[in-house]
Structures are given as structure tokens and as C-alpha cells.
Design a protein around this ligand. Structure first.
Ligand code: AMP
Length: 598
């Protein structure tokens, strides 16, 4: 096959003609990154020249980089929130985009405790689809024979709401799974899933997961890869199997679907595929009733070649658990994306998680990079920070990603910090370092320092009647259990030791903290069951002073020492845990309803 692909591959040529075209496209885009970026910017500026937002900055029809950079400010969500709110309220005039805003994508990033609303336009679905279409051609270079079996992917839709102006607001993946792009995708032997659309599209998370797991068990020998979007999602599926294997095995034995699955579309589908299979049922029971679940994934799905889950960024905390359940199968992180825009893909998906780099595809949006100052205070950048173009970033440096999208975000700070690891042709490759200002994360929740501080303040008010206050605190995302949960260490000042705070009051403090968290956290607790009850561990007096002594003994400056508001360094955890005098858990679920949209 005459394909000019320079993507390094141990296996050689593309798997099929379709793959060859996709790889060729990657080559073209990455070779011409500079020109593609110029064209993307010109397109965005030309088509949106008459929007209220761009007119404000008097570009006078200019679509070149220099004018754009000299006239448009770099912004955050809060800067553009008034415009977004007007669109949400029903203003259909071209405010940000000349193309009508088709819906809002609800980001897991929050503003004032609520999910951010990202405007999108219809054609963005094509752009997302295009990026998805590049993933398998790259994977096929490294893992042969994926057309000989299926993928067991746990994919879910989440609840959606409408804005006062009538636009749908929902997560980007919900939007994608409900689109015709996904639902009526043409047959592709490399992308056959065990999960039927009926299960993926069922809004009830129990029924959806139950059916997806059941289908995965029925076709266990065909499964060549297992996946979910994030590592936490795949572990939730394993936990689900731990809790429900007996019922699942019963269904397989009898050929009758659990009556708790009531969704008519699922029942119709399963009536076709679920047949009594006592041998498989006994196998599932035999494996699952064992105490030891080490390597369970390869025992149940013996032909699995890799796990397809994101384990970069905050998800790295799940790598040891995934290795335990899979016996160390390769972990493939295939793409880097957000509600604002899909960014790029990993051209070497079978590499070690610590070595994952994403190549940003220059056709997706216009990308700029704000040099990230390691020692800056708080925001990590200041007015002197330099913004550079995609092709001008330097290997080894860290940058914050700034995007200009077709849907009407201009010079928008995404909040992700990326480090340049190298180039593929002239397109840089990035290691995802972290999201700015995120202290705690279990699933898609992201809790920052201010939110944690506010939660501690609210909860500690409940201790006033005991004449007690919180003198110091820190936190930890405990992911040893599934689902993981937040642990907050408190050192208390109990002014009247004869009347310390009651057990019940401290439990209520846990719940009060949860009530104070943002809506993504509360949705994780209530609707998705992806986060466990918050725990407060009260440590004995003087513990935080010991923590400081420890930091100073390791070279911290006594003048500049600040209590870390989140910890994960083992000796520090051991110190804290050895000083715990009592532990308390949230006794109930916090309040959460699908969001109000003002
Ligand atoms: P959302 O706002 O819910 O659309 O989430 C998008 C954010 O998830 C990105 O801005 C990143 O912070 C994070 N994210 C997405 N893909 C990856 C990845 N492959 N590795 C690490 N973090 C990611």
C-alpha cells in the first residue's frame, strides 16, 4: 500500500485503506500545523466578524494573527459569562457565533458552584467525529487483529436540562451518544461494541450498567479491549460486578432478564440475545465468588489486549488498582478533549501512562499557549506572561492552553497545564501536567482550594455550640475504596474539654461539607454514585505543628511554610493517620437536582 505515513509503528503499514486515509490526514495536519492554524483562525474570524463580541474589539474585518492578538483579550469563563447567560436566556442574535448555538455542553469545570455552560454549534459534532475516527487507525498500528472481536466499553448518558431560553444543556458525551453520528454510525469491523445503543442511551444508570455488563459477560470471549472514558468509570464497573454478579449469573443461567431492568428498548434487545447458558453462568459465579479479585479482568475476559481508559492527570491515582484487577494489562490513553473543544490524540497509545503525550490536532481550533510560571502566586500567570503559537512552544516548558473555537470562545483559558515533550512533524506533543487549581478529584469532580475552604467554614459553624473551632485542616482523595471519597483531616480547638462536640455533630459536619461542594461533586454523590460519603478524621492537638516540623526538616522555609490543603505523600499520610483520634462519615446524601439554569 503506497501510504506515506511516518507515524512510528512497530507493525508497519495501516490496517486497511480507511486507516491509510486517516493516517495520511494526521500527517498532513501535523506537517502543516502553522498554515492549518492560520487558516483555522482566519475562518473563525471571517465567519464571526459580525458577532457582537468580535465587533466590540474592532477588528475591522481583519483575520490575521497579529491583529487578533493585539486586539482580543485573553479571557476566562467569568469574563464571557454574561454573554453566555444571555444566549441561555433565549437571545438568538449573533452574540458569540454567527452560526446558531445548537446547545450548551455542561463542563465538569464549575463557576460559582454550577457547571460551566459551553456554547456549541452543530458542525462541532463533525469535528469531534473526525477526531474519533483517527483513534482506531492509530491503535491498529500497534495492536493487530482488533477487527476479530469486540470492545466492551462502559458508556453512559447523563441527565439533561433546558435553559430558560429553551436550549438543551448536557455533557458533551451525552450529546455525542444521542447524536445520529453515534447512533447510526456505519458498521466498522474495528469498532464493534458489546454494549447495545439501547443500553448506552438508557438514562437510568443502574439499568444501563447492568445491561452493558450482562452483554459483556455473554460475549466474554469476543472481548478484545475493555474501556470507559476515565479510569474511575471502569473501576466503577468492576465494583458493580462485585455487587451484582450473582443476579447477572442468574439471568445468564435462566435466560430471563432481571425484572429491575424495565426499560422497554433494553428488554426488547435483550430478548434477542439473552439465552440460557448454564455453563457461562457457573463460570461467572465460580470466578466472582472467589475472595481474591486480582486479575479478574483477564480471567473473565481472557482475550483482552488492553484497557482503553484515561489514566493521565487526576486519573493517575487509579493506575495501581487497574493493574491489580487486570494483571497489568497495557493502559491506553487515546485522546485529550473537553466540552469546549476536542484537542488531540495520543499517537503512541500503548506507551506507559507516565509517558503519554497528546498531539494537538491543528484543525480542531486555534491554539495559543500561555507560558506557565511555576512560582507565580495563584493563577500561575501574570500580565507579562507570554502567549505563543502552537508551533512555537518549546520542549520542556509548561503552558496553559488557550483556545479560540468555531463555536465562539475567543482566547479562552481552558485551565489545563501542559508540558511539551516533543513534536510530531511540526505539531507539538504535550504531557498533561494538571488542571489548574484542582485540589481534590475522584471522578469528574474538581474541587479547588476556595471551595474546600468554604466547605470547612460552613461545617465548622456547626461546632460553635460546642465552643469548638477548626484550627487547621488538610485533605486527601482516598481512592483505595470504590467509589473513592474525600477525607478531610481536622485539628480542633475544644475550649471546654468536658463537653466536646458530639459524634452526631461531627457526622453532620461531614454532610454540611458535602452540601457546600459544587454541583458536579453532589451529582457524583447522588446521581452517579461515583463518589462515596465524605469522611472527617479528627487528629490530636499539635499534629499540624508536627507536619510543619516535618516539612522544615525536609528543607521547607519556616517563613514561607503554608499548610498544604491537600496531601498525598505517604510519610505525611502516615503521620496524619497515626494521630487520628476519631473518624466520621457523612450520614446522608447532599442535595442535588439536575441544575437550575437561572
Ligand atoms: P470537561 O470540562 O468536563 O469537558 O473536562 C475536560 C477536562 O478534562 C480537560 O480540560 C482536562 O482537564 C481533563 N481531561 C480531558 N482529557 C484528559 C486526558 N486525556 N488526560 C488528562 N485530563 C484530561
Amino acid at each position: 500500500m503506497a501510504v506515506d505515513s511516518t507515524i512510528s509503528s512497530p507493525l508497519g503499514p495501516p490496517a486497511c485503506d480507511k486507516d491509510a486515509k486517516a493516517l495520511q490526514f494526521i500527517e498532513e495536519m501535523t506537517r502543516n500545523a502553522h498554515a492549518v492554524q492560520e487558516k483555522v483562525l482566519a475562518e473563525i474570524l471571517a465567519r464571526n466578524a459580525d458577532t457582537e463580541y468580535l465587533k466590540r474589539f474592532r477588528l475591522a474585518g481583519a483575520t490575521d494573527r497579529n491583529t487578533f492578538k493585539s486586539k482580543l483579550p485573553v479571557i476566562t469563563y467569568e469574563d464571557v459569562q454574561p454573554e453566555i447567560q444571555r444566549i441561555a436566556n433565549g437571545d438568538r442574535s449573533p452574540i458569540l457565533s454567527s452560526h446558531p448555538i445548537s446547545e450548551f455542553l455542561t463542563s465538569s469545570g464549575t463557576s460559582a458552584g454550577e457547571r460551566k455552560l459551553m456554547p456549541t454549534i452543530k458542525e462541532e459534532l463533525d469535528r469531534r467525529q473526525l477526531l474519533y475516527s483517527l483513534l482506531m487507525p492509530v491503535m491498529n498500528l500497534y495492536v493487530p487483529g482488533l477487527d476479530k472481536g469486540k470492545g466492551l466499553y462502559f458508556l453512559f448518558v447523563k441527565s439533561e436540562t433546558r435553559t430558560p431560553g429553551g436550549l438543551v444543556a448536557r455533557p458533551v458525551l451525552t450529546s455525542y451518544y444521542k447524536s445520529d453520528h453515534f447512533k447510526t454510525r456505519p458498521y466498522d469491523p474495528y469498532m464493534v461494541y458489546t454494549s447495545p445503543n439501547e443500553a448506552i442511551l438508557c438514562p437510568d444508570s443502574f439499568q444501563s450498567m447492568y445491561t452493558q455488563m450482562l452483554c459483556g459477560l455473554i460475549e466474554r470471549k469476543q472481548v478484545l479491549r475493555l474501556g470507559a472514558v476515565f479510569a474511575s468509570g471502569l473501576l466503577r464497573a468492576i465494583r458493580f460486578l462485585q455487587l451484582h454478579w450473582s443476579q447477572l449469573s442468574h439471568d445468564i443461567r435462566t435466560g430471563a432478564l432481571n425484572h429491575k431492568v424495565t426499560d422497554p428498548a433494553i428488554r426488547d434487545y435483550m430478548a434477542q440475545v439473552l439465552k440460557p447458558d448454564p455453563e457461562l453462568a457457573s463460570f461467572v459465579s465460580r470466578e466472582c465468588c472467589k475472595e481474591n479479585w486480582e486479575g479478574i479482568i483477564t480471567r473473565i475476559w481472557p482475550n483482552t489486549k488492553y484497557l482503553d481508559v484515561i489514566v493521565t492527570g487526576a486519573m493517575a491515582q487509579y493506575i495501581p488498582t487497574l493493574n491489580y484487577y487486570s494483571g497489568g494489562l497495557p493502559l491506553a490513553c487515546t485522546m485529550y478533549a473537553s466540552s469546549e473543544c476536542y484537542f488531540g490524540l495520543n499517537l503512541n497509545p500503548m506507551c506507559k501512562p507516565s509517558e503519554v503525550s497528546y498531539t494537538i490536532m491543528p484543525n480542531m481550533a486555534y491554539f495559543e499557549f500561555l507560558e506557565h510560571e511555576h512560582h507565580g502566586s495563584g493563577s500561575g500567570s501574570n500580565s507579562n506572561s507570554r502567549l505563543v503559537d502552537l508551533v512555537d512552544v518549546e520542549v520542556g516548558k509548561e503552558y496553559e492552553l488557550v483556545i479560540t473555537t468555531y463555536a465562539g470562545l475567543y482566547r479562552y483559558r481552558v485551565g489545563d497545564i501542559l508540558r511539551v515533550t516533543g513534536f510530531h512533524n511540526s505539531a507539538p506533543q504535550f504531557h498533561f501536567v494538571r488542571r489548574k487549581n484542582v485540589l481534590l478529584s475522584i471522578d469528574s469532580d474538581k474541587t479547588d482550594e476556595a471551595e474546600l475552604q468554604n466547605a470547612v467554614e460552613n461545617a465548622s459553624k456547626l461546632l460553635a455550640e460546642f465552643n469548638t473551632s477548626v484550627v487547621e485542616y488538610t485533605s486527601y482523595a482516598d481512592t483505595k475504596t470504590i467509589p473513592g471519597h474525600y477525607v478531610i483531616y481536622w485539628e480542633l480547638l475544644v475550649r471546654d474539654p468536658s463537653e466536646p462536640p458530639s459524634e452526631e455533630a461531627l457526622n453532620r459536619c461531614c454532610l454540611e461539607m458535602e452540601e457546600s461542594m459544587n454541583s458536579v461533586y453532589r451529582q457524583g454523590r447522588v446521581s452517579d454514585n461515583s463518589i462515596g460519603p465524605l469522611e472527617i478524621r479528627v487528629v490530636r492537638n499539635g499534629t499540624f505543628e508536627e507536619l510543619m516540623d516535618y516539612a522544615i526538616s525536609r528543607g521547607a522555609s519556616i517563613n514561607q511554610y503554608k499548610v498544604p490543603r491537600c496531601v498525598n505523600f505517604t510519610p505525611i499520610m502516615e503521620l496524619l493517620d497515626s494521630r487520628v483520634v476519631s473518624t466520621h462519615f457523612s450520614p446522608a446524601l447532599p442535595r442535588w437536582t439536575p441544575e437550575r439554569r437561572r
